[in-house]
Design a protein around this ligand. Structure first.
Ligand SMILES: [Zn+2]
Ligand SMILES: [Zn+2]
Ligand SMILES: [Zn+2]
Ligand SMILES: [Zn+2]
Ligand SMILES: [Zn+2]
Ligand SMILES: [Zn+2]
Ligand SMILES: [Zn+2]
Length: 529
């Protein structure tokens, strides 16, 4: 039976899935098994069809009786009338076919009407005439609207009746409604829950921060409202906040205040311009002096003894006697000061300053202590780089303190100090020994002209008193040769205490002595960077 059922099912054009989904009691049955059963409408398929009118099991009248008596309201018999009526031996079908013909119930076509619209005029209908055409399994011939009520019970389905099987849940007809709470009118799909919808009506607000009036969506809580007006506040720098009123004010004006950023940019530009001008000025000064002495003989060298009453002498004397550290237990009396004029060395120094220095503006007077031979050699041929590196490399060392340079270790009884113009330029500050790390080339690669070891860095491996190192002999010009008498021990302390009482000498540290521009042809003494 299962096989026959499937075969008939297939002839109706229905698929395997539809068969499997049928309830247990299949709507298709063999006639013998249907005895005692009934239904409103019965379609009987007679199955047999051949040219010889061989009826087979259709010969059995009792079977025919069962088949034609199962319907309560209506019945269709599908079969080959010629084959059935043509049998000479058995007349049971011929008579039935004759009487059906007489009442007009026999024909080659089956009329189908849309059950949903059978009362419409005209009723959507279709006639099936050719068995090979297949039996329509859906209402694919009905062009009317489905018109079934959606499950809301208020709206009818808007799809076509012929549409494939479809749901009548989730009605999407647009309906008017009022939002809960605010009572603003709105539109929603019939199936949407008003409680799930956000009222988009614009409502007036007054910004709590700037008091400006504005609008916002009705549903938006005030805590989510973001005012689009310019922020009325001032940043800590005093400039107007650049953000919108509704956004947080920037915490860091230096980073976020456009006015401050622009001002900082201009300030840096101005500084850069100013520095460039200073550099140009310094280089031009060096050039002018260079041009002035160029006509002189290169080997020309002379020492000009300063008048002890002249301000130049007194300034240098001050510098020697005031740049004294008690630690060194040394106090000098200046006996003579000579100003060196060495055209060759001066031209080298000026040329370096004009063409080579990274920073040409910074030339300072610094002390250098050396032996009598050293004084002779330096004033004649200039400085020489040492063979062995010192604490900060194989350079030429200078001090701010006269007492430091005057140590016997350096002067070896010469009782002479050199006060030199040193092109310090950009100083690399170091607080511990750098040994051989730097030479002229490597220091310049880091964009420096000199090394500066500041005072009071002994603990970290540095020095007690300021020290400066340059790595090119042309960076220093031995300008003054100072001869002194050393006073040491108790006599020195006596001298220092005399000065202290005169309030000209602080108990520790250096006193910076202002050297007039006439003495130092460069910018005034400044603290090292
Ligand atoms: Zn529908
Ligand atoms: Zn609806
Ligand atoms: Zn219909
Ligand atoms: Zn609303
Ligand atoms: Zn605002
Ligand atoms: Zn702000
Ligand atoms: Zn600002």
């Amino acid at each position: 039976m299962e096989q026959i059922g499937r075969a008939v099912w297939g002839r109706l054009g229905l698929g395997e899935a539809d068969w499997t989904n049928l309830p247990d009691r299949k709507p298709i049955s063999q006639v013998d098994l249907y005895q005692g059963d009934e239904n409103d409408v019965i379609i009987v398929s007679l199955v047999r069809s051949n040219r010889g009118s061989r009826l087979g099991f259709l010969k059995d009248l009792s079977r025919r009786c069962v088949a034609q008596s199962r319907a309560r309201r209506g019945m269709y018999i599908l079969g080959n009338a010629d084959c059935l009526a043509g049998c000479q031996e058995h007349q049971l079908w011929r008579r039935l076919i004759q009487s059906m013909t007489e009442v007009g119930c026999l024909g080659p076509r089956l009329a189908l009407v849309c059950p949903r619209h059978r009362d419409a005029t005209p009723a959507p209908r279709r006639e099936v005439t050719d068995a090979n055409e297949g039996f329509p399994t859906s209402l694919d011939f009905c062009d009317r609207l489905c018109d079934a009520f959606m499950d809301c019970g208020q709206h009818k389905c808007q799809k076509l009746c012929r549409s494939p099987r479809h749901s009548h849940k989730n009605c999407e007809v647009m309906v008017d409604f009022l939002y809960n709470g605010c009572s603003h009118p709105g539109q929603r799909k019939c199936n949407e829950d008003p409680a799930d919808l956000l009222c988009q009506a614009r409502v007036s607000v007054s910004c709590p921060k700037c008091q400006q009036s504005d609008t916002k969506p009705c549903h938006q809580p005030m805590s989510d409202y973001s005012c689009p007006q310019p922020c009325p506040k001032r940043l800590s720098c005093g400039h107007a906040c650049p953000e919108k009123c509704g956004d947080p004010c920037p915490a860091n004006p230096a980073k976020d205040c456009r006015t401050c950023i622009e001002a900082e940019r201009l300030r840096k530009e101005a500084l850069k311009r100013q520095d460039e001008e200073m550099q140009n000025l310094a280089r031009r000064e060096a050039k002018d002096e260079y041009e002035r002495i160029k006509p002189d003989k290169e080997e020309e060298m002379s020492l000009i003894k300063l008048d002890p009453g002249s301000s130049e002498f007194l300034d240098i004397q001050d510098r020697v006697t005031k740049y004294v550290q008690m630690t060194h237990g040394w106090f000098p009396k200046v006996r003579s000061v000579e100003r060196l004029r060495n055209v060759k060395l001066r031209m080298r120094f000026l040329s370096y300053r004009q063409n080579t220095a990274k920073d040409a503006t910074r030339v300072e007077l610094k002390f250098h202590g050396t032996s009598a031979d050293g004084v002779k050699g330096i004033t004649k041929e200039g400085f020489r780089l040492p063979q062995n590196p010192g604490m900060f490399g194989a350079g030429i060392y200078f001090a701010s303190d006269a007492s430091k340079s005057a140590q016997e270790l350096y002067t070896q009884g010469s009782h002479t100090l050199l006060l030199c113009e040193v092109l310090l330029g950009r100083s690399l500050r170091v607080t511990e020994a750098t040994n051989s790390k730097y030479n002229w080339k490597s220091l310049r690669q880091e964009n420096y002209d000199s090394i500066f070891a500041p005072r009071d860095t002994k603990n970290s491996g540095g020095v007690l008193f300021d020290e400066f190192v340059v790595f090119n002999p042309d960076q220093a010009y031995p300008k003054y040769i100072i001869k002194y008498e050393s006073v040491s021990g108790a006599a020195a302390l006596n001298e220092i205490s005399k000065l202290s009482m005169g309030q000209t000498q602080p108990k520790t540290g250096n006193t910076v002595v202002k050297i007039p521009a006439s003495v130092v042809a460069t910018k005034p003494e400044t603290s090292p960077e």
